[in-house]
Design a protein around this ligand. Structure first.
Ligand code: DGJ
Length: 715
């Protein structure tokens, strides 16, 4: 509806957002956080007035306000929300709010507003949309339109979220191949903390979220606000604190020079920038998870237990060997068999073949039919690895179409994993890949594509336009994924990128899970999964059991740790289990069974993490929505100086509910030498959720790198 309000109050899922339309230059969010209850227009006005800053000595006569798009024209001396120009002119736009619309579904509180701001002189128009979804997640997008008759170059258009003054500590993630999403903390002091990603994909080192909270905030407590950008290309997230007491988080696309030039009448819409908040990171992640789970496209079937061939056979595509592997998979309860890299023309190792998406006749003289049919006869789905965006110089495709490669000037970019990247924004490339993938999906009964992307982009220019083309390639990728899914509606797609280098809610709008990391060492995975899980719910996170000796760290671990760490995720196996004896297969089958028993809980329930005072141990769990059932995994990550380790407390339960506590199978009894049994395992205890949260129970004494499952169920 058309509205004349001067303030908007969005409310949903315990969250309020108050928007002041009277701020100079652009509407401002004056508040984002805990629900303020119903407020009249007069109360909203008072709230906004109460928050207006004073003029100070040495400053501007009009004190600057933090608006949705902070700009110099309104006195903003820090990073502007919009940077762009017409060959240097119109570099400092000044907008006037011209239209507002709001939505209040079912006559309830307003949850969404659309605001139009225009600069008549610079001939620019921005439509801003702010929506609080059913999970209380704040979505912010801006569409910039060039109303002029000359080109306007956009350098960046960032979404801005204010955070409270109490936010004095920042948390983000960094990483590398085999160790994505390692947390790092910083003081949130005056100045700007910027995390740029210029790899053409978010990258292993990118931050999945940027959080600002009270000092020492953890998963269980501490007021914290966080942003995530749902975008699979170059991006910037930043936190800034100004001397004028503004504190903010920003997120938006990072554009190369000349990459985004709006011709007359053209528009650019920013990726969805998402803001979550809560008392502790578990509450922040709950909003992300609830929002993701509410999407119509969210997988609604049990996530099939997967056997991926990569760490089992690598490039050794031998039908007998793969058949034996499939047999062993079916024997332990696998539901989806994924044939990884190595099946297509010329692909005997990672130096050749990418681009030639035809089954290799030498290795597969009867095509993929024998393995596809064998897998189907065993009652499993068949999945196939592809890496469509890539090309090896040693391929028919690269020889035939060198101009299809992203490049600039007179040279090709430096290679990564001996490969280059194709320009999907070139219609001929798009059509070729669509035809090839569609043909494969038509020829074989393929339920699943593992869609890989194994190098960072460099100098990513299109030979068609001569310009930087990351933005257009991300959009073309989304289109290609959507087109394949519309042609093959049952198809599921995994986003893999050297492991977890393309993990974001943008790609997950077009795919069904991410490959969390190439590292499946369970100790490394504890951290990788914990911080991925802040944004991505477990059912979308691939988590596999590797062999006893990790291929990426060389460490050896018992099955209980390898399986227990993977248990809540989209579970799978990546190990040559065709060599296991009967007893070993039975043990593995017990874990597959355990996962099948817990997957509904893990894939619909709340993921919780304890802030243990002893950092040598890890306690995490999944709690059912009605809080009647929970399963926790307790891991002794390294040895502790405490012996026994003392009590552990359990987050996420219902304070007033009484629970029984037991060690859960298939973890084995505690087995340290020289120690007695644990009292609560000998004499079953019944404790309230409040006691479990505050008093806790004695943690089991474990060897370093051992994990035990603890079942907590209402009685
Ligand atoms: C990188 C992926 O992350 C691995 O799982 C595997 O699919 C290889 N690529 C294959 O080349």
């Amino acid at each position: 509806m058309q509205s004349r309000n001067e303030y908007f109050h969005l409310r949903s899922a315990g969250t309020s957002v108050v928007i002041d339309l009277t701020a100079l230059g652009f509407p401002a969010i004056v508040y984002w956080g805990e629900d303020l209850g119903e407020l009249t227009e007069a109360q909203l006005e008072d709230l906004a007035i109460a928050g207006r800053p004073q003029r100070v000595s040495g400053g501007l006569d009009t004190p600057s306000r933090l608006t949705l798009v902070p700009l110099e024209s309104a006195g903003w001396h820090n990073e502007p929300g919009l940077v762009g120009s017409r060959h240097g002119r119109d570099f400092s736009p000044a907008f006037v709010l011209t239209e507002t619309h709001s939505d209040a579904p079912d006559g309830g509180p307003t949850t969404s507003v659309r605001l139009r701001s225009v600069d008549e002189h610079a001939q620019l128009d921005i439509q801003s949309t702010l929506t609080l979804d059913g999970a209380g997640l704040l979505h912010q997008q801006h569409t910039l339109t060039n109303l002029g008759d000359t080109d306007y170059e956009v350098q960046h258009l960032l979404a801005t979220f204010p955070v409270p003054q109490s936010a004095r500590e920042l948390l983000d993630t960094t990483g590398r191949h085999l160790r994505e999403r390692s947390p790092q903390r910083h003081g949130f002091t005056t100045g700007r903390h910027v995390r740029d990603s210029r790899r053409g994909r978010p990258g292993a080192d990118s931050t999945l979220f940027l959080a600002a909270g009270t000092p020492g905030f953890g998963f269980e407590r501490g007021l914290v606000h966080a942003v995530h950008l749902a975008w699979s290309g170059n991006q910037r997230v930043a936190a800034e604190r100004t001397v004028a007491s503004h504190a903010l988080l920003q997120a938006g696309e990072l554009l190369a020079p000349g990459e985004l030039i709006l011709g007359p009448g053209e528009s650019y819409t920013t990726p969805d920038a998402l803001g979550s908040w809560g008392d502790g990171l578990t509450a922040v992640s709950a909003r992300f998870h609830d929002s993701v789970r509410a999407r119509p496209s969210h997988p609604s079937t049990s996530r099939p237990v997967t056997l991926n061939t990569w760490e089992a056979v690598y490039f050794d595509h031998d039908l007998d060997r793969l058949t034996r592997l499939a047999d062993a998979g079916a024997r332990v309860g696998v539901e989806r068999f994924v044939l990884d890299d190595g099946w297509f023309r010329g692909r005997r190792d990672d130096t050749a073949g990418l681009g030639d998406w035809f089954v290799d006749d030498d290795i597969w003289p009867r095509g993929l039919t024998p393995i596809v049919e064998h897998v189907a006869a065993l009652g499993m789905q068949f999945g196939l690895w592809v890496e469509p965006e890539m090309v090896n110089a040693d391929s028919e495709l690269a020889r035939a179409h060198p101009d299809w490669i992203l490049q600039t000037g007179d040279h090709l970019p430096l290679e990564g994993r001996q490969q280059q990247v194709l320009d999907l924004s070139n219609g001929a490339v798009f059509d070729y890949l669509l035809e090839r993938l569609d043909a494969l999906l038509g020829a074989y009964d393929i339920a699943y594509l593992k869609w890989d992307h194994n190098r960072d982009l460099l100098e990513a220019g299109s030979t068609v336009t001569g310009k930087a083309a990351v933005h257009s390639n991300v959009l073309a990728l989304y289109r290609l994924l959507d087109e394949l899914k519309s042609r093959h509606p049952a198809l599921e797609i995994e986003s893999c990128a050297s492991g977890g280098a393309r993990v974001d809610l943008g790609i997950l709008d077009h795919t069904d899970r991410i490959w969390t990391s190439d590292c499946i060492d369970p100790i490394e995975r504890l951290t990788i999964q914990k911080y991925t899980n802040v944004v991505v719910p477990y059912e979308l996170m691939g988590a596999h059991i590797g062999g006893p000796r990790s291929h990426s760290t060389g460490r050896r671990h018992e099955l209980a740790l390898r399986a227990g760490a993977a248990l809540p995720g989209h579970f799978g196996i990546e190990w040559d289990i065709s060599r296991l004896d009967d007893a070993e297969l039975n043990e593995l089958a017990a874990w597959v069974d355990a996962h099948k028993r817990v997957r509904e809980l893990a894939h619909t329930g709340r993921a919780v993490y304890a802030d243990l005072p002893d950092e040598t141990a890890d306690l995490r769990g999944v709690v059912s929505r009605d809080r009647d059932r929970a399963l926790y995994a307790y891991t002794q990550v390294t040895s502790s100086t405490s012996y026994p380790p003392g009590p552990i407390t359990f987050p996420g339960l219902d304070d007033d509910q009484v629970y029984g506590v037991s060690l859960a199978s298939p973890t084995t009894p505690l087995d340290g030498a020289g120690q007695s049994s644990l009292a609560w395992t000998e004499h079953p205890v019944h404790l309230t959720g409040r006691s479990l949260r505050t008093v806790g129970i004695q943690a089991p004494v474990l060897f370093p790198e051992q994990l035990r499952l603890i079942d907590i169920s209402a009685i």
